[in-house]
Ligand binder design. Structure first.
Ligand SMILES: [Fe+2]
Ligand SMILES: [Fe+2]
Length: 234
């Protein structure tokens, strides 16, 4: 499989021109029940989306120096812009609903630290782990509310995350080609271990949203696993 990152840059730029029309003028106010279900959860996800990607950009610069694959750098920049749009839009929704934005949370800190001590490949593994789970989370969030704005946002983010998981999978596939069989096995095991651990933490942190979205622990686990398996690199 030939991975051409310039196609991803083209996709991200095209996607940015074809965004869903968010009904920002809708005046629906969340009920106290909805508020109870989503507040703490959406605060954490908004924070998680709001990564400046500085460390990732530095890793990508090193990768470009080693490989001359300048196209990857451009694609990554456009990808980061999409994540920042998610954070911006969720933040805008939260302000409309008077939900305070948070500046830090221990789960987000753990993810950021993990990425900081890792190189490009491990950073992508941490990122794709979060994105696989996001695909289930935003589905549940969409089902947990009657807010048209939030439903629009979830639809847009779900569209984007679908492609993000593919983008990261292709990156991992390309990076794996330059490594030995043993090193690839180690990174796969790490990915599996991180994924399983993250599932437990995410379920307990966000179970009010998952349950409101119709998930049980088992169906959550099953659906996340399915996305994980279908995102395998080779
Ligand atoms: Fe995102
Ligand atoms: Fe993403």
């Amino acid at each position: 499989m030939e991975i051409i990152f310039s196609k991803w840059t083209e996709y991200f730029l095209r996607n940015n021109q074809n965004l869903i029309d968010i009904h920002w003028d809708d005046h629906y106010k969340l009920t106290s029940e909805e508020r109870e279900i989503i507040t703490k959860s959406i605060q954490q996800f908004q924070l998680g989306e709001n990564s400046e990607g500085k460390y990732l950009i530095n890793c990508a610069k090193k990768y470009v120096l080693e490989t001359q694959d300048q196209d990857y750098y451009h694609a990554l920049i456009e990808f980061i812009k999409e994540e920042q749009r998610h954070a911006r839009d969720l933040g805008r929704f939260m302000r409309l609903q008077e939900i305070p934005l948070i500046r830090s949370h221990w789960v987000d800190n753990v993810f950021r630290k993990l990425r900081k001590y890792a190189g490009l490949e491990l950073s992508i593994i941490v990122l794709i782990t979060a994105e696989i789970i996001a695909k289930i989370y935003y589905k549940a969030l969409k089902e947990s509310t009657n807010s048209i704005i939030l439903i629009d946002l979830c639809n847009q983010i779900l569209n984007d995350e679908e492609k993000h998981v593919r983008f990261q999978s292709e990156t991992l596939y390309k990076l794996a080609r330059n490594k030995s069989y043993i090193m690839n096995q180690i990174s796969r095991q790490f990915h599996r271990f991180l994924f399983e651990g993250t599932l437990i933490v995410v379920w307990y942190q966000h179970k009010s949203v998952f349950k409101a979205g119709g998930y049980t622990l088992l169906s959550f686990y099953h659906d996340c696993r399915q996305v994980f398996n279908s995102s395998k690199r080779s």
